[in-house]
Design a protein. Structure first.
Length: 757
């Protein structure tokens, strides 16, 4: 082996995976001094770090393009083995699925260390792990429980799994460490690691009064900064709560908080000074814990809640387990250990003996053995011969998502409707339609992960505020048009705008992780849903059905929403049955705008309701719609808005609108999810390419210089204005395609995804 790469987080990024990757790389560089060992570092959204020279490539968490560039970098640099540090939360996409975009394209053996294995994964989490197993020669876990879950839950062969413990540093016995830390003569209890609410530290604080009553010279040290992601969402609220709790209980004089991310040398000093280490964590499924491994390896007496890793690591008298959230049990065990020196020394000796095999040099050697097995197996597996991918095998990539024009079109009120070229037109004001589309886009981007989560969240809040302001609770209807002077221009808006608002609200309820936004969206959704029963617009029914589908992702079993879905889907299906003929399998006597949403709603709703007749009708109508929107040279050609297409007539060729191409992309992707036929993916990419110049003018509708999309195609020229509807239609279609190619749907074959990416 000449060149070894490690993919994961790396210091100075502050997290457990970064610490692990850094120390593992150190160990491997020592074990393999003649091997070029380097790191590809994951950057958390919106952040960059000053890395050491060993980090030679950086990947943006939400930037799918950077994953592909990383694959090319590894292939071109003749890397012999890639070691992946996998944790769902460090990679972008649903369940961290973006990393698969990188791994599928590699031609070297992959060894993946799984830092989390769930006993009850959701379908996407399950699919990601199983795809990781497919592309990896070896899987490394740090506990027998993790190995058992892989075989029992995922059906992965034990022959593919290597059990390698979490590495630990050498912690020398240093009698002067307590003096250096200012706790000489004290019994030191320690908890260290990045702070978050699942750490359960408050339960140790609650135990302190009882402990101090018996052993007044005890001090509890909480060592570590608040996790950066926690700081981003709630600041230092958890730490401040802990400090206030200590004050209220009268134990503040026996508590020390070190609010910083400490170096390895500092951590060694704190561990050396520790008498009892406590992990009061609240996550039962946790299968690894670097902090617990460090404490055991350092030969410390340990008290822990019974999460999976603790049960395994502290077995055979190497520590004590206490019930969840039980401060009395914590106090009892601390008092017992401090009072019984022999019992404490015996526990420490057992822990230290067990930790001998966990030192980083020993762990580094075990990883080298795993890499060697992977190389041997790789020569017998599918990637023995590499051929560079031609454009036919790997089509031109998708553009990156940029919100530059969305930002330009958004002010303190919301998203403006229209633009002159790329300049917002204030005199046209705002509309609910576009703010609902924008809200839907922000919900999708936030869930999938983005390099700019602060901007996405801020825009999402603004668009939700607009939707809230647009709703008239007295009438149960949304208003649509708002002047630039912030005056509503009609008592209530169109049925279609009402349906679009419901769709966006459903997405917030089904996808957002913020209880405040979900609560407001839920209140609006339930207040606005009844009005749809009186609507006559099939498109309003379709938008509402798509919103109900989103809503039921979070609240499946809501009988009111399910009844409304049955009512609206029945109406849409009935309309199709009454109007369609063999040569006109459509819902109306004319084909107008946003046409793809009608079959899409029927396909999605029919699938959820187990109505194969609805699904088949949706598929049939979508297939026909594609045929009538295909030009003689097989390019996508949307039904023109200047006349549309009436039964018995000739389809209008112009003006072609971005909203129609977007609807077709979305409908085809849902058809694939339901039916599984890869041709729907091909059709989705075919329609999307209309934005990228595969149209009668050979002109890009998407403008990379602004991030906007032109408003449509005339017979002789594109419409140069870049309004909200066009730009949002493009971005919604682009996001959906990128999400699909990043393994958005469980079980999608890699070769099928590559055909559209």
């Amino acid at each position: 082996m000449k060149r070894l790469a490690i993919l994961g987080n790396h210091l100075p990024r502050q997290c457990g995976i970064a610490t692990f990757t850094t120390h593992l790389t150190d160990a491997l560089a020592t074990e393999l001094p003649h091997v070029d060992t380097f790191v590809l570092a994951m950057n958390d959204a919106g952040r960059r770090h000053t890395y050491p020279p060993r980090v030679r490539f950086e990947i943006g968490e939400g930037d799918v393009g950077s994953y592909r560039r990383a694959a090319d970098f590894l292939n071109v640099n003749h890397v012999d083995v890639l070691s992946v540090q996998h944790e769902y939360g460090i990679f972008g996409g649903k369940a961290g699925a973006h990393v698969l975009t990188l791994l599928r394209e590699l031609r070297m053996p992959i060894v993946t260390t799984l830092h989390t294995v769930l006993s009850a994964p959701n379908p996407t989490q399950r699919a990601v792990i199983e795809e990781l197993a497919r592309v990896s020669e070896r899987l490394v876990v740090m506990s027998t429980s993790g190995a058992d879950l892989l075989t029992r839950i995922h059906g992965i062969s034990v022959d593919q799994i290597d059990l390698i413990p979490h590495g630990i540093p050498h912690v020398p016995v240093d009698a002067a460490s307590k003096d250096r830390l200012g706790v000489d003569g004290k019994t030191v209890i320690l908890t260290f690691g990045l702070l978050s609410r699942d750490k359960g530290i408050e339960h140790v604080i609650d135990a302190l009064p009882a402990i101090l009553a018996v052993h007044p010279d005890t001090v509890y040290i909480v060592l570590g900064a608040t996790h950066p992601h926690v700081v981003a969402h709630e600041g230092e609220a958890y730490r401040l709560m802990l400090e206030a709790r200590g004050q209220q209980l009268g134990v503040a004089g026996s508590m020390i908080f070190h609010n910083r991310f400490v170096s390895q040398d500092e951590l060694t000093d704190f561990l050396s000074a520790t008498d009892i280490y406590i992990t009061p964590y609240l996550q039962p499924e946790q299968i690894t814990s670097g902090t617990l491994a460090y404490a055991v390896g350092a030969g410390k007496a340990v008290i822990s809640t019974p999460y999976i890793y603790a049960r395994e690591l502290l077995a055979d008298g190497r520590g004590v387990l206490v019930p969840w959230r039980d401060s009395s049990a914590i106090a009892r065990e601390v008092i017992t250990l401090v009072s019984d020196g022999d019992a404490q020394r015996t526990m420490c000796a057992r822990a230290a003996a067990y930790g001998v095999g966990m030192t980083w040099p020993a762990v580094g050697r075990r990883y080298v053995e795993s890499f060697e097995r992977a190389q041997t197996e790789h020569t017998r597996r599918r990637r023995t011969t590499f051929r560079a991918q031609t454009l036919a095998a790997r089509p031109a990539g998708l553009p990156e998502i940029t919100l530059k024009h969305v930002e330009a079109m958004t002010d303190d009120t919301g998203m403006l409707q229209h633009a002159i070229f790329s300049i917002p037109r204030y005199d046209e004001g705002y509309c609910l339609d576009d703010n609902a589309r924008a809200l839907l886009l922000m919900a999708l981007l936030e869930e999938a992960g983005t390099d700019d989560p602060v901007v996405v969240r801020a825009f999402g809040l603004r668009y939700l505020a607009f939707v809230n302001h647009a709703f008239d609770r007295a009438t149960g209807r949304f208003r649509n048009f708002l002047s630039y002077a912030r005056q509503w221009l009609e008592p209530y808006g169109s049925e279609d705008s009402h349906g679009r608002a419901l769709w966006a609200l459903g997405a917030i309820i089904g996808r957002a992780g913020d209880p405040g936004r979900q609560s407001l969206a839920g209140e609006l959704f339930h207040a606005a849903l009844p009005a749809v029963s009186g609507f006559t617009s099939p498109r309003a029914w379709a938008y509402a059905l798509l919103g109900i589908d989103e809503y039921l992702k979070a609240f499946q079993g809501d009988s009111t929403a399910e009844a409304r879905r049955e009512e609206l889907a029945g109406r849409l299906f009935g309309l199709f049955e009454r109007t369609s003929r063999r040569d006109w399998p459509w819902f109306e006597d004319s084909v107008t705008y946003c046409n793809g949403r009608l079959p899409q709603a029927l396909i999605v709703s029919g699938d959820r309701m187990h109505r194969t007749d609805m699904v088949e009708a949706g598929m049939r109508s979508l297939d026909w719609l594609l045929s009538v929107q295909s030009s003689p040279d097989r390019q996508f050609a949307a039904i023109g808005s200047s006349g549309f297409y009436t039964r018995g007539g000739v389809p209008a060729t112009f003006d072609q609108q971005p909203v129609e191409a977007s609807a077709i992309v979305s409908a085809c992707l849902d058809a694939y999810r339901v039916h599984g036929d890869g041709r729907w993916l091909v059709q989705a990419r075919w329609a999307f390419n209309w934005f990228l110049g595969e149209n009668h003018l050979q002109h890009w509708l998407f403008d990379p210089s602004t991030g906007g999309c032109r408003d449509g195609l005339h017979a002789d020229r594109p419409n140069q204005n870049q309004g909200a509807e066009a730009t949002l239609s493009f971005l919604l279609a682009l996001h959906e395609l990128r999400a699909m190619t990043a393994f958005d749907v469980p079980g999608v074959p890699a070769e099928t995804l590559q055909s559209i990416s």
